[in-house]
Design a protein around this ligand. Structure first.
Ligand SMILES: CC(C)(COP(=O)(O)OP(=O)(O)OC[C@H]1O[C@@H](n2cnc3c(N)ncnc32)[C@H](O)[C@@H]1OP(=O)(O)O)[C@@H](O)C(=O)NCCC(=O)NCCS
Length: 154
């Protein structure tokens, strides 16, 4: 059953863009990002313009009953493996809600030629480490900064 609306950034109006940006810029979110600095409105809108021309980068906002519950992004890699990033709105975290909406998205990916997802997580992001294990991501390697995971899709 589809419970969540998954909307490409390029189809989100300005108001929704600003809500997405403000989620991304929250301190408790950006501390875990590869680029932890806040993103300006100007940079965000420029980024979304570029997404319109780029089939290798898919960015989605996820809504439940019209409320933003998170964002999800996929970047094409080699051999049907895409790197995925995820942010859950802090108010919705820790209740199994994120697992539900990510599983809804995962069920749509094999039909789109996506065979596996990679992810990288900072080892001190314990909530995220537990989350990836719960979803079935397997650790592939570690470097100085990240644990690298892979999830093979059925
Ligand atoms: C990492 C992240 C996406 C995980 O999302 P989340 O909302 O915390 O995850 P969920 O609540 O869906 O799932 C896990 C928790 O829900 C609990 N849970 C699972 N099913 C449940 C249910 N039916 N009812 C209640 N709780 C449930 C689990 O016990 C688990 O809790 P635990 O981690 O204490 O063991 C989120 O914390 C986040 O956005 N963090 C900030 C940004 C970030 O770090 N992104 C990832 C970068 S790699």
């Amino acid at each position: 059953m589809t419970m969540y609306d998954v909307v490409n950034y390029v189809d989100c109006p300005r108001e929704r863009q600003l809500e997405i940006l403000s989620l991304r810029n929250r301190e408790e979110i950006r501390q875990w990002m590869t680029h932890p600095e806040p993103i300006s409105e100007e940079d965000h809108f420029r980024f979304v313009e570029r997404l319109k021309e780029d089939g290798d980068r898919l960015y989605y906002a996820v809504y439940k009953d019209g409320a933003l519950v998170g964002t999800y992004n996929l970047t094409r890699g080699e051999d049907g493996v895409w790197e995925r990033g995820i942010i859950a709105a802090p108010e919705t975290q820790g209740r199994g809600e994120t697992l539900r909406w990510e599983r809804q998205i995962l069920s749509t990916l094999p039909g789109r030629g996506i065979k596996a997802l990679s992810a990288k997580v900072k080892p001190d992001n314990l909530r995220s480490v537990r989350y990836h294990a719960k979803l079935g991501f397997r650790e592939q390697s570690r470097d100085g900064e990240y644990i690298h995971y892979l999830l093979r899709l059925p």
